[in-house]
Design a binder for this molecule. Sequence first.
Ligand code: SAM
Length: 333
Amino acid sequence: MSNQSKPNLLDSHNRRLNYLRISITDRCNLNCMYCAPQQFIPKLRHKDILRYEEILRLVRIGVNLGITKIRVTGGEPLVRKGVYEFLQLLSEIDGISDLSLTTNGILLKENIDRIKSAGIKRINISLDTIYKKKYEKITGFDMFDQVWEGILLAKEAGFDPIKINAVVLTGINDDELTDLAKLSISHPFHIRFIEYMPIGNPRMNYCRHMLTPEIKQRISVLGDLIPVENNTYDGPSQRFKFKGAKGEIGFISPISRHFCDKCNRLRLTANGYLRSCLLSDNQEDLKGPIRKGCLDSDLVDIITRTAYHKPAHHNILLNEQSGVTDQMFSIGG
Ligand code: SAM
């Protein structure tokens, strides 16, 4: 079936859902203060995680329903055994026009060639600070140098764009917003400032929001932020550039300027649930039916039903808990 003749996965608010984010593991090699939980939460058992062939089956069905964009995330996707072979198989599925990866970058250095030859063209790397000590404070590990080397290698290997995601936390990294922003001047990186979302029960209190207007104001001491037009792969990021800069600045503002009316995403969790909204615990089981031997048509029904019931918008207010009980690392950010 050509892309034109494929049905559109529409929700009841007439949004076309063509973007699937897949969390392939709930495990991570970091322990970020805003992501990892306060209480010990047992990791999923091996048998409770979707097998690669199950994910590939769901992706093929999704593509036939109109999914064209896939992002692989986690947990930390690069810690899962067999991930490079999986990425290769994913990239061979006809109909996916954009396949990307979100990683913390710890394993980039040794694996950049494998990621590239598996067919990944775009990488988002999480880096909330450019200071070694602070990196250790935020993530629990002294790994800044390793990640930075990985980022530079990704640049050399020709990944384009390289997006660097920084979650902005008052009292933690708000003193270095201009340092992070400067990276976009000297390197062709897209530095994206993300508003913290109150999800799950992380190891920090809820008073650490800093919203985009203030972030923007703080970094504007470096010069005027010149708007850059969004392209089809941009999603909700508002893009800007400093004059003469090699890279760009992006703002992702799920709280101050939520983008629900344009949200085109579905999320497949590591344990095989389909979620239509990051900020709602509503989800539908796909793994159970798959393992009971259901037909593809049953999965089509579940996927279209979940998509149809995607909430109109989230209800998170500043400094309130979201009521989302699942942690970010299990849903996949
Ligand atoms: N391990 C990978 C990584 O670090 O990029 C992928 C998973 S991580 C959950 C995906 C993204 O979610 C990261 O950029 C992370 O900074 C972001 N994230 C995690 N918790 C968040 C929160 N509470 N609010 C906003 N972003 C968050």
